[in-house]
Design a protein around this ligand. Structure first.
Ligand code: ADP
Ligand code: MG
Length: 383
């Protein structure tokens, strides 16, 4: 029945009797159950055993010197830990109804009479052993369930926290974008209000710079990933904004985009966006004077795991011989040089047959980017 059980799986049966031969006889009958049998020679010893371990059932002799079975049972059941431990009384003679009642009052669940019928004693004890094992299994199941509930609760809490954080971050991007948009509107209004064309132009350029940052926060606010911008999408929108801002005569300049769909964190997206804004603005401003048409090529590629290469090329006039882009104190290139330094990158310029600017930098902790990319001409990039 219970053979092959580990000691941990066995349940305890406490047999209490002052007579050694009775204890031996009970042991002989009950050892077949294969459980853990513990004996005690008196009520006091029984109480001591109970302090050490739990029992599925107590077989308790009624007639014992010093402290009889009733007294022992009453003391046992006074203790909160054992108040539900079943007690089967063993009585020498046929117990009277009064005795039985007395026993039930102190917590007896059953009676057996001496001489005991082995099968009856075994069956009665086996019932309590089974009950105890079921209760133990249920307790284990319950513990496991409680642990799972606690685990789930923690996981839910973590999800809720991260959702709250996301909502907060989204809100921040939204507000930053709104504030930057207010600044661009102010600059636009100011640019229109001033009479001096050079000053007006400077204000418009500032407006584009701020707008290029606002666009990043707009993208982040709308994106599923609140920390990274899809750079291809960003460049497409940035290009359209700049083209709209310069309002070149129809069809004079085409823009060709060739951008790997990399997602960039704010640390990279903002400086890259600002650099692109400067380079693209320069193409539209300087490379194609009235009457000259051409193409601006914008490329952005990952080379290897972490190196990125950004190219802006035009087939326009080329850089005037007297301008050294590495040293010029004009604001646009001063900004570009500072931002490239911030990225830890290097710039290479070529001015044969137009202008080509190539910027390379290494990205730390580059994530796995998707393979898709934006190629071809931007739908609005033709003006
Ligand atoms: N793509 C280009 N094509 C022709 N000339 C350019 C181009 N980019 C820059 N330049 C020249 O380099 C100069 C410095 O550029 P920049 O520092 O951006 O100043 P800004 O655009 O305000 O004039 C420009 O004034 C222009 O003469
Ligand atoms: Mg410029």
């Amino acid at each position: 029945m219970a053979n092959g059980m580990s000691d941990d799986d066995k349940v305890g049966i406490l047999v209490v009797d002052d007579q050694p031969n009775q204890l031996l006889s009970h042991e002989a009958i009950l050892c077949e159950l294969g459980e853990r049998l513990v004996t005690a020679r008196s009520g006091r010893e029984a109480l001591q055993r109970l302090m050490d371990e739990d029992f599925a059932v107590i077989l308790l002799d009624v007639n014992m010197p010093d402290m009889d079975g009733f007294e022992t049972a009453s003391l046992i059941h006074q203790h909160p830990r054992f108040e539900k431990t079943p007690i089967v009384f063993v009585t020498g003679a046929q117990p009277t109804t009064l005795d039985r009642l007395k026993g039930y009052r102190v917590g007896a669940v059953d009676y057996v009479e001496v001489p005991v019928v082995p099968e009856i004693l075994r069956s009665k004890v086996a019932v309590f052993v089974d009950l105890n094992r079921q209760r133990r299994d249920l307790q284990r199941l319950n513990d496991a369930l409680q642990a799972e509930i606690a685990q789930r609760r923690n996981a839910e809490e973590a999800v809720r926290h991260s959702r709250e954080k996301e909502v907060l971050l989204q809100e921040i991007h939204h507000r930053v974008k709104n504030n930057l948009q207010i600044i661009t509107s102010l600059l636009r209004m100011q640019s229109r209000a001033v009479q001096d064309p050079a000053f007006s132009e400077a204000l418009r350029e500032c407006q584009n710079r701020v707008a290029s940052m606002a666009l990043i926060h707009d993208k982040l606010y709308r994106a599923r990933d609140l920390a990274r911008v899809s750079f291809a999408e960003y460049v497409r929108d940035l290009t359209n904004n700049i083209l709209t801002s310069y309002a070149l005569p129809a069809r004079s300049v085409r823009v060709r985009l060739d951008i790997d769909d990399l997602s960039l964190g704010l640390d990279y997206a903002v400086p890259c966006g600002l650099i692109l804004n400067e380079l693209m603005s320069n193409c539209l401003k300087h490379a194609f004077p009235v009457g000259r048409s051409g193409t601006v090529y914008i490329g952005f590629h990952a080379e290897g795991e972490e190196e990125l290469c950004m190219v802006v090329r035009d087939d326009g006039l080329g850089i005037p011989a007297d301008v050294d882009l590495g040293r010029t104190s004009s604001l646009g290139w001063r900004l570009i040089r500072a931002l490239v330094e911030q990225l830890g990158g290097v710039v290479q310029c070529q001015t044969a047959g137009g202008t080509s600017v190539e910027i390379r930098f290494t990205r730390q902790n580059a994530p796995q980017d998707q393979a898709s990319a934006v190629r071809g001409e931007s739908p609005h990039a033709q003006v």
